[in-house]
Structures are given as C-alpha cells and as structure tokens.
Design a protein around this ligand. Sequence first.
Ligand code: NAP
Ligand code: ZN
Ligand code: ZN
Length: 348
Amino acid sequence: MKAHGYAAFDTKSALRPWSFERREPGARDVVVEIAYCGVCHSDIHQVRDEWGGSIYPMVPGHEIVGRVTAVGGEVTRFKAGDLAGIGVMVNSCRTCANCKADLENYCMKGFVGTYNAKDYDGAITYGGYANNIVCDMRYVHTISPKFGDKLAGVAPLLCAGITTYSPMRHWGAGPGKKVGVVGLGGLGHMGLKFAHSFGAHTIQFTTSESKIADAKRLGADEVVISKDANAMAKHAASFDFILDTVSAPHDLNAYLRLLKLDATLALVGLSERPLPVEPFALTGYRVALAGSNIGGMKETQEMLDYCADHGIVSDIELTSIDRLGEAYERVLKSDVKYRFVIDMATLG
Ligand code: NAP
Ligand code: ZN
Ligand code: ZN
C-alpha cells in the first residue's frame, strides 16, 4: 500500500519527502492513519548511524498515534475510527520464553523495530514520520478516549513513557523510596512524572540550570545540578534507585556513588560510546549497574491506561514535519521542552 513521509538518505543530509510502499494489509493487520509522531533521540542516533548498521532510506519514528482506517478479517480488538498507538516494536518471535512472558522487548530472536529494521520475512520496516502504517494487531495499542484533546502528548508515551515506566516499576519506585532521574529530556521528564506519581521522593539531576523551575513543576522534590560536585556529594550513598536517561558519554561513577547499600543505577540512555566504570564505585556499597529496554506489549498498555486514569501525558512542542532539522538541532542542544511531536497534518 502507498505511503509517504520523510526519510533520511544518509547520515548527514536533511530528511526529505519520500513516497514508498508498505505491505498490503493482511488478515491480522491494522492500518493506522498517523496523526502525531514523537521525535525520540533514538531517531537521531539512527539517522546519524551512531549505533551502526543503519538502513537507508530510513523513515524514523516510533512514537505513533492515529486513527484506524481499516482492519483485516481476523482483527476484533480494533475497528475503523478507533484511536491506536504503535511504539518501538512491530513484531517479535512470539514463541520464546520472553515473548511468552509478555516481555517481547527482550525477545530472544530479537524484536523487529518499527523502523530501521528487517522483519523476519526480510522486508525493511519504515516508521511513523509518515501518513500511515500497517501493523500486526498484536503490536498495536488501545488509546483511551479519556485523553481527550491531549492526543499529541500521548504519542511520546509509546517510547519515552514505557522506557521510564517499566524500570520505575521493576525497581519499585514508590512511597518511602528515594529515586533519582538523570537528564531532563524526553525520557527524563516522563521518568520524573512517573516517580512522582508513584509516590517516591524524587530528585532530578540536570546539567541545565534553566530547567530547575520546570523540574519542580514536573514533580521533583529536589533538583541537583550535576556539574556541582558539592551538591552531588550531599546525596552520597542515599538513593534507592537512579534512572539514567542521558544520551551522550558522561560519568556514571558520579551516580554510582550516590546509591545506598544494594541499590541500583539503571541505564536507559544509549550513548554511542562506552561509559567507563570504576570498580570501587560498585564495590563500595555492593551496588548494581543495570539497563532496561522499552517495555513489553502488556506493560505498555498498562502504562497507557495508567496515564489515561492519572491525567499524565508528555509535555510537548508541536512541530511541522518540514522543520525536523531545527527540531533535531534543538534536541542535540538539550533544548526541548520536553519532546518534539510532529503534527502529521503538516505532511500535506
Ligand atoms: P533527549 O530528549 O535528548 O534527553 C537527553 C537528556 O540528557 C538531555 O535533555 C540532557 O538533560 C541530558 N544530556 C544530554 N547530553 C548530555 C551530556 N553530554 N552530559 C550530561 N547530560 C546530557 O533524549 P531522549 O529522547 O530522552 O533519549 C535519551 C536516551 O535514551 C537516548 O540515548 C535514546 O537513544 C535512549 N533511549 C533508550 C531507550 C531504551 O529502551 N533503553 C528508549 C528510548 C530512548 P539535561 O539538560 O537535564 O542535563
Ligand atoms: Zn524512542
Ligand atoms: Zn521472542
């Protein structure tokens, strides 16, 4: 089926309009007309081939919301006119132990990314910077009408939301816990909202003094400027859990030293370069360094429903698709409040 959107053709030039083919919808497929798509820092890493193996032309975008326009004969959960969301995966093996445990995000065959990936049949996947998408119903989420006119702010939940919700739940952010969030960008501001909403005493770490007031508005009990060694030292060995969302090389040891006995620092930020760890920063209080990758389909739906019930959406800057270059530049300068979302009506 015909689709059009914006694609990257190499690591350097600006994304530009591109018409392409998606598969003809099958019996299990849902066709979604895309209303909004978030701009994740992962889009920029992949457009620039910072993780290696990028496939061009690339249509990025894995924070997708829109309306269902057609469904295949076996689809019962969706009908034309319904709201729907698609995140970071569009397929997984469905049979491995992790898929069976609702952890398709850790599929042992490797889940199929929404873009810049090869599906198991060899077809290249194209993402949400486009007018439509075809997706197997198993990888499509229900979007509650409770979100009302906040649909643009729902799009980032599909990646930034679940990527922070899942580790906050896994490591038990909640009442009586001291939780830190490192980096106040797209992921960070959602992590902050969730930790606060779950009832944890929440501390935001940022390199940007200009974000202090916003961090407090978004739910931080305290804000620490991470470049201030004295301010950091005051929190030594005191955290139950820290979620690190930083997109670039930075010093992990400074945060490992803030963990109390047996506490965990979980990394979700995907710096293109290794992050050196000092063994003493781990052994001092038997702390753990961990990682987390988005979330499974079931937990993503749980997160979406939690957000609908608690009035949580992403703080966004709506942008037109022809201004992607400017949006990317501002994300790279840590100057987005706090997620760009493309209004797909501007695709024309
Ligand atoms: P983002 O909006 O650009 O936010 C990153 C934040 O990190 C910035 O706002 C900034 O916060 C801080 N930062 C940036 N450069 C820094 C540096 N050199 N030193 C210290 N702090 C720095 O990016 P995002 O979309 O939230 O994504 C964050 C990372 O998570 C990316 O690497 C992305 O690829 C990755 N990611 C991972 C998953 C997963 O499943 N694991 C899912 C989605 C995204 P301050 O201004 O507050 O310092
Ligand atoms: Zn993402
Ligand atoms: Zn699997």
